[in-house]
Structure formats: structure tokens, C-alpha cells
Design a protein around this ligand. Structure first.
Ligand code: BGC
Length: 740
């Protein structure tokens, strides 16, 4: 099929707009959820009846959470055949890290620093979701966050705007592909615009106070990158930003996104966030909230019922200009055209495709590949890893070891519970060894779900004894501990980032019995792991890796895959250090002026080292890499010249391996103080053992500049340092001057 041209779409959109009543226009701006089986009776009772009625009247532009070809066809049919204009619905869903076949949680994927793999993972998710009737995902979440207390860090790409921007682009391209009208691509959403990752103290739905320099340099870049990558929709956040709920922020939505950046797609509210502007204390009532939402630039209302109930009246009483409604409807219809929904509203409803695509061998292989690439080796003393394939007695211990549900992580509404491969099951495939399993303790005392609080086992240690015995009688213990998959995600803020329940106690007891412990961590955010880092010889960060978790972990532990992941977020020494991130400011007193003199007047804590436990960008390999000959081609450059940097990387260890070569800059003095380091380049390099390669980077003004207080991009002449190495503490250093 010929791809429709944008201008011809605009002509078509305008001709539809001309024949729409005001109520039908407002209907396009209304999104309802449909959790029920639309072909059967509804748990929403009368509410559902009202929704059906509204579908018939053309008062609904989109549904979310309806899924499966049969269900989607059923709602689409009502609208197409029974409403006056038959404008098809756009069907949204939270396809966050896969649809039914699950990839690692997004934070884990970010640890791969592998943009190709991340893009592929999003395209697999798009192909499964589209095969199930869905044509729009509420992803990627591109919120930068430096606060692991906030549960939603699992949904993002971590703390850094440069890495976050690259990953945002990869995900948008992965979901949307090259042709949005293709049957296996779906529209993406950059969310949550903006500042949600900076909610105060990591408390969910809280306010965010963000100065303009941080806003423009840290928070906004991944959104801008997503916009430039052609993302079709934006979702606003739940939070207020500097006193204004972002749902009602005309500064963010209308001035910046739509006017300054020129965004042509549409903006959806977050779930009921228009209505919540009253609870925030910003709107007087629902009508007032609807007025502020539409004026600010929210084009579609998710589940507030505010547009559908209030907008017609607001226009008729002259409070809202119909031009704003027309603009919103135009934006929404344009995306529906681009998806090809007007050509065939049922194009995503092919049961045959649904059967063949979902869970296919190819998809399983793709998520396994992504899972292996997401694993980060944090510690490997005495080369305890990789394990030997024969002749080792292995004990597998821990409440999460045999869990095929937790491994799936959070935000996986469409997938079947317990459909993952547990770590134990993955390890069992390596049958050359004697394998014993003891859980040791339960993590939870209730049934975990996406929406309910988890209850932790904090007292029952009755299983310890058996686990200790098994540990004693083994050569190596694989201890699988961490957070339950539902312990991170929306509504999952924590003040304590230790291992929950009795896991710390279990770990100490097992270590007492056998020092050869490999700690396999499952978690959706950075944890506080001081004791483990000081005692346990080998630590592997495996996050929540999705459907293929066990296979990925086993391949890494047994050396069939050499890990190359790097942390996308700093791991603190304690919660009091948060927010802690590599790209901090120097302060006026960064170092102890008289080491050993016990003087306090410098920037430090008196009770803990300032450094993190594991820095951003950190991760080991079974092989070792050496960096040398860092060179910048010239001593000085003109403002618009490209700065050429090279470094030599050698694989000096015993295995072939991959390394993420990271380049950081420091602008030594500027009109606005710059951070001590900023990531400005990285490359994933594969080297055979003994091999060396020269790696080249070029830095343009895009990398060297920054945004000023007003959000204007500027590049200043001055002196820059460059650091290249294996993590954000890279010590190889050079410098250059940028001339006027
Ligand atoms: C979340 C969004 C999500 C929406 C729809 C909200 O609670 O904040 O990220 O897309 O629900 O499920």
C-alpha cells in the first residue's frame, strides 16, 4: 500500500472535521477504559452501559486496555457500524516491556546500552500487541530519575539524559517502525511530560520542584529526542511542576511542546489526571479542570469524563474557543489516518496473525537475547564465575529462585501470570552438575498483584536450617534474592532500599555456611547492598528479565554468554545519599582541605563516604579490558568544529567479550555551572581475547553545549576535559580548548 502523504491526510482530516458536530468532535477527545470482556456482561454495570451508548453515539475516540482481536473487533464494530460517522477507535494499551512475551523491564534493558537490541525489543512488543488488536502503546516512559525510592524507575532508562535520549529514540523507532501504517507497528507515547521522575522524596504522585536549568538539561532532552524521532503522542504526568499540575501546564504543552518544538501529534492526559487537578487544588471543579486541560493542550482525556461531560458546554458558553477543539481533533484524526485505521478499522484484528505472532519462537529468542544483554556483573572475586559445567555441587537458595512470576517484573498486564522461566528452571538445564534447591524462606505472605500492597515475611525463618545444610554440602551457592517483580512500578515507592523481609538474615547465614556464594539479584531499582558488596564474592544484577529470565541467567552464570551490561543508575551506600548521581556539581569545597585533620568544612557526609556503592556506567566482564592512548586530535577547536577523540581498547583477559566504552566531558567553567562529568558518547565494542582496537568519537556542538535558564541552547568557548573509560569514574583524561 502506498504510504499516505501528510498533506493529503490533512485534507482528509479537514473534510471530516467539517461534517462533525461539536459533540462528535468532543467524543474524539474522550478515551474510556474497557477492562471487561466486551462480548459478555460487564463488571462495570451501568457505567459500562453508558460507555456502550457513548460508543454508538460517536462520543468515544479511543479505548484503552481492550485487547485481543475478538474484543477489539467488537468495540470497533460498534463505532464503525453504529455511530453516525463511523470514525474508528484508536486502541491504546500499556505495552511497557513486551506484550505477552516479555522483555526485561525497561531499566534492565537500559543496562545493555545496546540501542539496536532495545529497538528490536520494542519492535517485538509492537508486533505482538498489534497482532492482538492494539495500535498505540503508552510507552516509552522517558522520565529521568535520580531517586530509586520512586518505584517507577523500573519503567525508564535511568538517571542520565544522554543515555535516556538515545534509548528514547531507539524505543520510538522500535514501536513505530519505518511505516506506521504497517500492520506490525504501533504509535508510541513519550511519557510523562514532565518532571514526574523528580517527585519529591520519591513519593508517588508528589510535587516536583525543578529549577529551569535542571528542567531543560536533564528532564526535557529525552522528550525532545522522542519528538524528533517522530513519536506520535505525548502523555502528561500526574505531578505538579513548580506549583502547576503538568496536566494544566500551557507552558509545557502548548508553548514548549506544540509551539517551540513543533509537535504535530496529540497529547493524552494520564489516567484521570485532568479531574485530579481539582484534588491538587488547582481547579475549582471538573468543568474548570476540563477548561484548563484543553487550553493547556491536552488533546485527549483518559478516564476523567471531563471532556465528554463538560467541553460542549464550555464551548457553547464561550469559555473555550472551538478552534482549540478543532486543533485537538485534527491531531487525533491525523494519527488514526497514519495508522491506516480509516482504510481498514479491523486491520489489527486478524486472529490468524494473533495466533502466529504471539509467543513465537522468534519473539522468545529476541527477548532472551535482550535479557542476556541486560545483566550486569557487579562483582566477581577469585573468578568464582563463570561456573564450571561439570564437577561442581551447586546449591540454589532463595525465595525468588523458583519464582516464575516475579521474574516477569511489573507492568505486564497482558501476559499470563507465572509464564516466566525461573532462575532454578534455567539452571536445571545445565545438567552436568549436582543441583540442590532450598528456598530458605518466603519473601511474601500474600498473593502478589499489580495493584495491591505486598505483605512481607519478616519473621518466619523456619526454612533456614535446611537451606544452610544444603549450602554446607555444596561447592557453590547461587543465592537468588531481591525485590518481588511487583515491588517496583507505579505506586511502589520505598524509603528503605535493603533486601526486603528476612533475606539479609538468610544471606548472612548462608555465607557463614559457605563462602562461595554467587548473589543473583532480582530488582526493579538500585538497592542498598553494602553488606553483600563487602562479603559476597560474586554479585550479578539480573533485574526482572521477563519471560526468558532463567535461560538468560543460566547462560551468563555458566559462561555461555559473557556479561557486558553497565548500570544506568547509581547504586547508593544508603538512602540518605539520595539523590545521588554521577553528574553532580563540584560545589565550592569538593575535597577535604586537610586530610586527616578532621576538619568539617567541606562538601561531605560525616557518617558515610560521598561516593556511591556502584557508580553509573559500572559493570564487569569475565574478561578484562585495558584503555590507553586517549587522544584529542588538536589542542584547540573553533566553536563549530568537530572534536575528534580516539582511545585504544584491548581485551587483556581470557575470554572474548564486549565493552561499553564511555566518554564523559567536563566544561571547566561556564555561565551556568556545569556538572563534574556528563556522558556524551558511548560505543559497544566487541573484542576477541588478545585483540585491540582504536575507538573514535567525534563531539559536535550538540554534545558540548547546554541549555540556559530560558531553555536556549548555547555553546561557550572555554576549556573542556574528556574522560574515557569503563564507567563514570573513568580516569584516562585529556583536554582541549574551544575557541571563540
Ligand atoms: C500511568 C500511565 C499509564 C496509564 C494507563 C497510569 O496510572 O501513570 O503511565 O499509561 O495509567 O494505564
Amino acid at each position: 500500500m502506498q504510504k499516505p502523504k501528510a498533506d493529503s491526510i490533512d485534507v482528509k482530516v479537514d473534510s471530516i472535521l467539517k461534517i462533525m458536530t461539536l459533540e462528535e468532535k468532543v467524543g474524539q477527545m474522550n478515551q474510556y477504559n474497557g477492562f471487561w470482556d466486551v462480548t459478555g456482561p460487564s463488571p462495570e454495570g451501568g457505567n459500562a452501559e453508558k460507555k456502550y451508548e457513548d460508543l454508538r453515539k460517536g462520543r468515544v475516540g479511543s479505548m484503552l486496555t481492550v485487547r485481543g482481536t475478538e474484543q477489539v473487533r467488537a468495540v470497533q464494530k460498534i463505532v464503525v457500524e453504529e455511530s453516525r460517522l463511523g470514525i474508528p477507535l484508536i486502541i491504546g494499551f500499556d505495552v511497557i516491556h513486551g506484550y505477552k512475551t516479555l522483555s526485561p523491564i525497561p531499566l534492565a534493558e537500559a543496562a545493555s546500552w545496546d540501542l539496536e537490541a532495545i529497538q528490536k525489543s520494542a519492535s517485538v512488543a509492537a508486533s505482538e500487541a498489534s497482532a492482538s488488536g492494539i495500535n498505540w502503546t503508552f510507552a516509552p516512559m522517558v522520565d529521568i530519575s535520580r531517586d530509586p525510592r520512586w518505584g517507577r524507575v523500573m519503567e525508564g532508562a535511568g538517571e542520565d539524559p544522554y543515555l535516556g535520549s538515545k534509548i528514547a529514540i531507539a524505543r520510538v523507532h522500535g514501536f513505530q517502525g519505518e511505516d506506521l501504517a504497517a500492520v506490525n507497528t504501533i504509535a508510541a507515547t513519550a511519557k510523562h511530560f514532565a518532571g514526574y521522575g523528580f517527585v519529591e522524596a520519591g513519593r508517588e504522585y508528589n510535587k516536583a520542584d525543578i529549577g529551569s536549568v535542571t528542567l531543560h538539561n536533564i528532564v526535557l532532552p529525552p522528550f525532545k529526542a522522542a519528538e524528533e524521532a517522530g513519536v506520535k503522542t505525548f502523555m502528561n504526568g500526574f505531578n505538579e511542576l513548580n506549583g502547576i499540575p503538568v496536566t494544566g501546564s500551557d507552558y509545557l504543552l502548548r508553548n514548549l511542546l506544540k509551539n517551540k518544538w513543533g509537535f504535530k501529534g496529540f497529547v493524552i492526559s494520564d489516567w484521570a489526571s485532568i479531574g485530579e487537578m481539582t484534588t491538587h487544588g488547582y481547579a475549582k471543579d471538573l468543568a474548570h479542570a476540563a477548561e484548563m486541560g484543553v487550553k493547556a493542550g491536552v488533546d485527549m482525556d483518559m478516564e476523567s469524563y471531563s471532556y465528554i461531560d463538560e467541553l460542549v458546554n464550555l464551548v457553547e458558553t464561550g469559555k473555550v474557543d472551538v478552534a482549540l477543539i478543532d486543533d485537538a481533533v485534527r491531531r487525533i484524526l491525523r494519527v488514526k489516518f497514519e495508522l491506516g485505521l480509516f482504510d481498514d478499522p479491523y486491520k489489527y484484528c486478524d486472529p490468524e496473525r494473533e495466533k502466529n505472532v504471539i509467543g513465537s519462537k522468534e519473539n522468545q529468542e529476541a527477548v532472551l537475547d535482550m535479557a542476556k544483554k541486560s545483566i550486569v556483573l557487579l562483582k566477581n572475586n577469585n573468578k568464582l564465575l563463570p561456573l564450571k559445567k561439570k564437577g561442581q555441587k551447586i546449591a540454589v537458595i532463595g525465595p525468588l529462585a523458583d519464582d516464575n512470576n516475579s521474574v516477569l517484573g511489573s507492568w505486564r498486564i497482558a501476559s499470563k501470570d507465572s509464564s516466566g522461566i525461573s532462575v532454578l528452571d534455567g539452571l536445571k538445564q545445565y545438567t552436568g552438575n549436582d543441583l540442590m534447591f532450598e528456598k530458605g524462606a518466603d519473601l511474601l505472605t500474600n498473593e502478589p498483584t499489580f495493584i495491591n500492597e505486598l505483605a512481607f515475611n519478616t519473621t518466619d525463618t523456619s526454612g533456614f536450617e535446611k537451606a544452610i545444610n544444603v549450602a554446607r554440602n555444596s561447592d557453590v551457592v547461587i543465592l537468588v534474592l531481591g525485590e518481588h517483580g511487583f515491588q517496583s512500578g507505579e505506586g511502589r515507592s520505598r524509603t528503605n532500599l535493603d533486601l526486603p523481609g528476612v533475606q539479609q538474615e538468610l544471606m548472612e547465614k548462608i555465607y557463614e555456611a559457605n563462602k562461595n556464594v554467587v548473589l543473583v539479584l532480582n530488582n526493579g531499582r538500585p538497592l542498598v547492598l553494602n553488606w553483600a558488596a563487602n562479603h559476597i564474592p560474586a554479585i550479578v544484577e539480573t533485574w526482572h528479565l521477563g519471560t526468558q529470565t532463567g535461560n538468560a541467567v543460566a547462560q551468563v552464570l555458566y559462561g555461555d554468554y559473557n556479561p557486558s551490561g553497565k548500570l544506568p543508575m547509581t547504586f547508593p551506600r544508603n538512602v540518605g545519599q539520595i539523590p545521588i548521581y554521577y553528574s553532580h556539581k563540584n560545589t565550592g569545597r569538593p575535597v577535604d582541605p586537610q586530610p586527616g585533620a578532621n576538619m568539617v568544612f567541606w562538601s561531605h557526609y560525616s557518617d558515610v563516604e560521598s561516593s556511591p556503592l556502584f557508580p553509573f556506567g559500572y559493570g564487569l566482564s569475565y574478561t578484562s579490558f585495558n584503555y590507553s592512548n586517549l587522544n584529542v586530535e588538536k589542542d584547540s577547536y573553533a566553536l563549530n568544529e568537530e572534536v575528534q577523540v580516539s582511545v585504544e581498547l584491548s581485551n587483556t583477559g581470557d575470554y572474548d567479550g564486549k565493552e561499553v566504552v564511555q566518554l564523559y566531558i567536563r566544561d571547566l567553567f561556564a555561565k551556568i555551572v556545569r556538572p563534574v562529568r556528563e556522558l556524551k558518547g558511548f560505543q559497544l565494542v566487541e573484542l576477541k581475547k588478545g585483540e585491540s582496537k582504536t575507538i573514535k568519537f567525534s563531539l559536535t556542538s550538540k554534545e558540548l553545549g547546554y541549555y540556559d535558564q530560558d531553555g536556549n541552547f548555547t555553546v561557550e568557548p572555554g576549556e573542556y576535559e574528556i574522560f574515557v573509560g569503563t564507567d563514570s569514574n573513568a580516569s584516562l583524561k585529556t583536554h582541549f580548548i574551544l575557541k571563540e
